[in-house]
Design a protein around this ligand. Structure first.
Ligand code: PLP
Length: 366
């Protein structure tokens, strides 16, 4: 047996939502009948413009991708009115989180995150032997005052997530402004806006691109995995000062983003109709779920994203197991210290109905 580094042995592996095909086999029903509301994917599917662009360009896959993602970066720069030197594209925003640790955090240096928040800040940080410090949420919101207090001379990175996964709460414009002014400018603040397309335009939610024009230590992360419906292609991007982007480019692989993903993302970005339909579906579904949850008598956290954190007031693992047996996959939050909470993606109409029916029958049992 080859020898694994001692500290690597202690790392934990990320547990993704179970694939539909696997669950179908396990419980003995057809894959088509399974409702997966566990990974915040877009239940409308992928942007049709992206799918068409892939079909039209599929014969070119024998070529290496453009290592500079030139076309996509230019489209993003045009959309957000920033320079192309302020943008980096990654193999999912997950890859960019990894590159951030590579570029900015030496072994033993401190990174600060809220908890619960996106698990990858912790797991990737541990793989870099960083000291990742978790600051508990207050009332399900990121505690910016607590994070400020946790900052010390060894701190290199702060991870903020807005809307925050798994709570759906946001950091408001005024809070972000005050925080950025208070944080020393040699600390990288990462603002992960994976659910930006769902939250933009809602009262209080900042247009954070304005902030990168004023703060050289801010990096915004966005992704094509959620509202754009391209999770399977793995593509996300970062926006910040050219100094930050330059450092990230130094540690990334030359062909980190594949050709198909670049083409699809470019087309998806211009598919504003799809994003607007997605937002409508999400709003309708969210309203339906909230009213049904009230009927059932469970509580939830107000969400700016495409998921709801639900307080079942009973063991979440057991409820999610029972839902699974009825063909509905949700995410139990027990691993995050929220023993009685599940996170549920807002699906399309039929998915939401199936989830509500299954939850009603499970809650009647417990
Ligand atoms: C889903 C999610 C991501 C993942 O993005 P990829 O681009 O698919 O790697 C990043 N951050 C948060 C908070 C997410 O929920």
């Amino acid at each position: 047996m080859v020898k694994v580094k001692e500290w690597v042995k202690n790392l934990v592996t990320y547990k993704p939502g179970k694939p539909i095909e696997y669950v179908a086999k396990e419980i003995g029903i057809e894959a088509e009948e399974i409702v997966k509301l566990a990974s915040n994917e877009n239940s409308m599917g992928a942007s049709p413009a992206a799918v068409a662009a892939i079909r039209n360009n599929i014969d070119s896959i024998y070529k290496y991708p453009d290592g500079s993602s030139y076309d996509l970066i230019n489209k993003l720069a045009g959309k957000y009115l920033i320079s192309s030197e302020q943008i980096v594209v990654g193999n999912g925003s997950d890859e960019i989180i990894n590159l951030i640790y590579s570029a900015f955090c030496e072994k033993g240096d401190k990174a600060i995150m809220a908890f619960p928040s996106f698990a990858e800040y912790l797991l990737i940080g541990m793989a870099h032997r960083s000291n990742v410090v978790k600051v508990p949420l207050v009332d399900f919101k990121i505690d910016l005052a607590g994070i400020k207090e946790a900052i010390d001379g060894n701190t290199r990175i702060v991870f903020l997530n807005s809307p925050n996964n798994p709570t759906g709460t946001i950091i408001e414009q005024k809070e972000l402004e005050a925080f950025m002014k208070a944080v020393p400018d040699d600390i990288l603040v990462v603002l992960d806006e994976a659910y930006y397309e769902y939250a933009t335009g809602k009262p209080g939610f900042p247009e954070s691109v304005e902030f990168i024009k004023r703060f050289d230590n801010l990096l915004i992360l966005r992704t094509f995995s959620k509202a754009y419906g391209l999770a399977g292609l793995r593509i996300g991007y970062g926006m910040g000062s050219s100094e930050i982007i330059d450092a990230i480019n130094k540690v990334r692989q030359p062909f980190n983003v594949n050709r198909v993903a670049q083409i699809a993302a470019g087309a998806a970005l211009e598919d504003t109709k799809f994003i607007s339909e997605t937002r409508t579906m999400n709003e309708t579904g969210m309203n339906y779920l909230k009213s049904e949850l009230k009927d059932i008598g469970v509580e939830y956290v107000e969400s700016y994203a495409n998921f709801l954190l639900i307080d079942l007031k009973t063991d979440a693992d057991s409820v999610s197991d029972k839902l699974l047996k009825r063909g509905v996959i949700v995410r139990s939050m027990s691993g995050y210290g929220l023993k009685e909470f599940v996170r549920v993606t807002v699906g399309n109409e039929s998915e939401n109905r199936k989830f509500v029916a299954a939850l009603k029958s499970v809650m009647n049992e417990v």
